[in-house]
Structure formats: structure tokens, C-alpha cells
Write a protein that binds this ligand. Sequence first.
Ligand SMILES: Nc1nc2c(ncn2[C@@H]2O[C@H](COP(=O)(O)OP(=O)(O)OP(=O)(O)O)[C@@H](O)[C@H]2O)c(=O)[nH]1
Length: 299
Amino acid sequence: MSEKLNSRCGYCAIVGRPNVGKSTLLNRLIGQKLAITSHKPQTTRHSILGVKTTDEGQIIYVDTPGIHKRGDQPMNRYLNRTARSALADVDMILFVVEALRWNDEDQAVLDTVSRLDIPVLLLVNKIDTVKNKEELLPYLEATTHRFNFKTVIPLSARKGDNIEPLEKQVMAALPEGIPYFPEDQLTDRSERFFAAELVREQLTQRYAKEIPYALTVEIEKFEEEGNLYRIHALIWVEREGQKNIIIGAKGEALKAVGTQARKEMEKFFDKKVFLQLWVKVKKSWSSDEGALSRLGYSD
Ligand SMILES: Nc1nc2c(ncn2[C@@H]2O[C@H](COP(=O)(O)OP(=O)(O)OP(=O)(O)O)[C@@H](O)[C@H]2O)c(=O)[nH]1
């Protein structure tokens, strides 16, 4: 790693209520899929670092779970803790909202970030969904007045509109410093972690309605044999009924999940993957702090 004079380096958190597009934005900024996404809120459960190194320096993005208004469930408490602790030491905050929308949850996130003494950039995402762009102007005007934002950038994480200007602004606002991570490193998370997330992504995309929280994935075995990864994953659910849905008639549903997750893994790891999935029932794991921590949901 070469040390460059005048280079910048720092942490930049991505925050916002569930489903505004934080994970899609992180993937877009890094240029590779790091965070799993779905149309269902609350897909992100862990904070993930995404490292972007350019000639000007290094930006370390911190993707956070959406901050929840109802913090009374153990899983929500974990998510809120993760989101808030991710904010403790960052140099800048990207606060993501959805174009033409502003609700109590957005306000709650703004209340949290506005108490910190950290510059906040407001990102108005999903502008591709606004047919008549003139509607954006009064919205931008009104939102700009809600707080002393460092700047306001309308963008589309999905289409990639306005991502470059955003990156430039972020880089320019970071403190001077040498990179913390080697320049070819994209994240702090292990391959095991991503294997579990890619299985969970298939499941949350398919069973958004039937199986809300009650699902997690544990990697039992992750072995490298030459160009092949041999991966065994356990899918934990809370009820027999959920297990039956996931397995499906003659195991067809589970097979489809496995095939798709394997393809995603092969793209992600650039390896051949042999994936085996099992489904197991553990009653009420998501409301049991001990079980949460054994399954990796601890600070
Ligand atoms: N039309 C449009 N859809 C988007 C855009 N960005 C994200 N989405 C969609 O919005 C949904 C939520 O995106 P995510 O990236 O998972 O949102 P998130 O904020 O990380 O969600 P949580 O994990 O719940 O906190 C997905 O269906 C995305 O495809 C965008 O720029 N335009």
C-alpha cells in the first residue's frame, strides 16, 4: 500500500428508516454487492463496512440497519443498538430518505443524527420513481429546511444517478489521512458472513409475507477445496409451519432457494460452490437474547 500525500480517509455512516435504499446505495458506491436488499423493510441486520479506495483517498462506508420506532422487541433493540453504535465514531453521516416522502420514522432518524455533532448530508433517493421532476423542487426546498444539512443530493441508488458527485462530496469532506485498509479490501466481513447473507437474501425475497423475522442462517461448514467452496448452511425458523413452507412440496422450494443462492455465491466469490441447506426449528429464537447472541446478533 502506497502512502499518498494529501490523501483523505474517514468513516461515513449511511442511515435512514427501513427500506429507503441504504443497502442498494452501499452496493452502488462500492461497485459490488456487499449488502443484501429486498423490497421488504428490515432486511439489513448487521452493520457492514464497505471500503472504497480511489486516487484521492479512502472512504469507509458503514451501512446500518434502519432505525426502528418500536424498540421493545429484542431483535429491534439489537438493530437500534447496532445502528446507533455505528454512528459513534464516524466523520460524516449520509441520511437517506425517499423522494416525495417524509414520515415520523424519517423524523425520528433525523432527531437521532441531529443530536450528534457530525456533518449530515441529506440524500433524496429513488428520484427515478418521480415522473414529473418539477414535483421534486418543493419537496427538496421543504426538506432542506428541516435541518442544517451540509448539502442535499437527489439521486437514484438503483439507476446510479448522481452517485459520482456524491462520492466527490464525501471524499472532499473527510479528514486528511492515510488509508486504514489495504486498497484491494472491500469490506471487513468474512466470506462465511456473506455466504449466510446470500442464503438469507433468497429467503427474505421469497417469503416476505409468510416468514417475517423468524428466520436466520448459520454456516456450519465452509471449506475451500481448490477452486471449490463447500458450504453447509442451516436455516433456523421458529415454527414447523415455517419449515414446511421453506422446504416445499418434495423439497422443491428449498432446492430453488439453494440453486439461486449458489449462483449468487459463485458470482460473489468467483469460485465454484457446492451448497447444502438444512432447515431446523428453534422456538422463539428472535425474542430470546441468548439465542440471538449465539446466532451472531450481539455487539
Ligand atoms: N425505484 C428505486 N428503488 C430503489 C432505489 N434504491 C433502492 N430501491 C429499492 O428499495 C427497496 C429497499 O432497498 P434496500 O437497499 O434494501 O433498503 P434499506 O434502506 O437498506 O432497507 P433496510 O434493510 O430495511 O434498512 C428495494 O426493493 C430496492 O430495490 C432507487 O434508487 N430507485
